[in-house]
Ligand binder design. Sequence first.
Ligand SMILES: *[C@@H]1O[C@H](CO)[C@@H](O)[C@H](O)[C@H]1NC(C)=O
Length: 309
Amino acid sequence: MAPCFLLGGALLFALHAVLAVPAAPSLPRQEADATDGIAPLAQPQIESFKPYTNFANAAYCAPIVTVDWSCGQHCEANPNFKPTAAGGDGIFVQFWFVGFDPDLGEVIVAHQGTQLLTIVPVLEDLDLLPLPLDEQLFPGVGLDVLVHSGFSIAQAETSQFILAAVKNTMQEFNTSKVTTVGHSLGASISLLDAVFLHLHLPDATVRFVGYGLPRVGDDPFVQLVDRLGFQVNHVANKKDLVPILPPVLLGYRHISGEIHIDEANQWINCPGHDNPSTSCTVGDTNLLLDFNIFDHAGPYDGVLISTFC
Ligand SMILES: *[C@@H]1O[C@H](CO)[C@@H](O)[C@H](O)[C@H]1NC(C)=O
């Protein structure tokens, strides 16, 4: 393991960010009242996330074992799930699956994430600039809405398979509820899927649940997500590095709906974008000095997300 390498990388990166960005975008507005609405979740609320956490974990399994839900304990954690489609090769295209969960009454869309050593270089790669979303996939979204191009390329690759599978599953199981889930890179793909599905399926009630979500887009992007109004939650564990990348200095902002797991394993509701309270991720972690790469995997209420299935 190479925490020193990573720390070195982060420092080097931060220097790059300071030195190489000619005109830093304006820094975010401070929240009017940083402590407003910050509160711990009650135990039943925390437990309501468990099925989604296990789906995000199962997304690390190959389609050969998710398509018939035979992926061992990852699958058995949601025993009644009915998969309807699965794909990806785990190399160029992250694994994914779609299906219906009768206990939740929801269509689930899940995308595989990456190992930490793979995602950090992606997030620190300054060649991957934020770019406008594809107009065909995201009709009516303004050109000022910029998204990390690594994430939008990954989402575009599977978008048509996901849309077809979600439509079929909604019809087959007579439901309008669709929840997209994922961990790490998988969370960023699933967030873009949620926006995409909301735009293409006006009859669907979309929700997004992410774990260890990096920042995905710029200020107009997070405002777009707020305006579309579907439910978003992203759980950030303790001093995980990934949720504070890419940095605000490069114009990235976090969507609303943060839940921060503190050192006492309380789940704290953190309203707004990049809430600066020390109870929340931005106030609790620091890109240069104060993060822990091992927090990325969890545990999220007892579920350690494994990159191996
Ligand atoms: C589908 O669901 C709707 C709303 O829950 C219900 O009114 C309708 O009867 C259901 N249709 C079938 C074929 O089960």
